[in-house]
Design a protein around this ligand. Structure first.
Ligand code: HEC
Ligand code: HEC
Ligand code: HEC
Length: 116
């Protein structure tokens, strides 16, 4: 009985940790003000969590608000990216900024992020 309770407590903590880390994959269609012209980005959050610090992207280690990696401070991308705008804040102040800094292979290749 005691062992079972201990096991259940461990499972609860594991589930809580998984929820706190946010989703493994995130559909960034929510960032676009309208119907995207390119395939909407399916952001591999789990890959990024394994290769970066939470605070490389988020203001705090708990997640939530993102950083503007170019200007500093908080970024707000939701509904902020114009349809067909290749020059946009998602590229210039966030994704590309880090991919260039960390020398991610093909870090600015369209198909890497806008994959069918
Ligand atoms: C490379 C950048 C990056 C890293 C590193 C990263 N995240 Fe995220 N995270 C994101 C993005 C992008 C989103 C989606 C935000 C959105 O939907 O606008 C997100 C969403 C989240 C969410 C959901 C928040 C919400 O508003 O729904 C949580 C929770 C979260 N991250 C926690 C973490 C934790 C904890 C870590 C470290 C273990 C981490 N993240 C590492 C980029 C990152
Ligand atoms: C703070 C740094 C950072 C930011 C910000 C960042 N990335 Fe990355 N990204 C990385 C690194 C590092 C890798 C290489 C991981 C590896 O070694 O495979 C990567 C790899 C990727 C990959 C390839 C994943 C795979 O399975 O090989 C995709 C797709 C990607 N990033 C999309 C994005 C998108 C979309 C954004 C913006 C929403 C973004 N990244 C923002 C650091 C970042
Ligand atoms: C590192 C990831 C990444 C790369 C590489 C990338 N983009 Fe994006 N792009 C994004 C994100 C994130 C958004 C906003 C969310 C979305 O569109 O799903 C976006 C938005 C867009 C938009 C506005 C929305 C739309 O679909 O109309 C266009 C246009 C665009 N990108 C074109 C390009 C082109 C062209 C390239 C290659 C030169 C490229 N992107 C490379 C991450 C990337």
């Amino acid at each position: 009985m005691k062992k079972l309770i201990v096991a259940m407590v461990i499972v609860c903590f594991a589930v809580a940790a998984a929820i706190a880390a946010g989703p493994a994959k995130i559909d960034l269609k929510t960032w676009v003000a309208g119907e995207p012209s390119k395939p909407a980005v399916q952001f591999p959050h789990d890959v990024h969590q394994a290769k970066n610090q939470c605070t490389d992207c988020h203001i705090t280690a708990e997640g939530g608000a993102l950083k503007n990696l170019k200007a500093g401070g908080e970024a707000n991308f939701k509904g902020a990216i114009k349809v067909k705008a290749t020059k946009n804040d998602a590229h210039d102040t966030f994704c590309w900024e880090c991919h260039v800094a960390k020398k991610v292979p093909q870090g600015k290749s369209c198909n890497k992020c806008h994959a069918k």
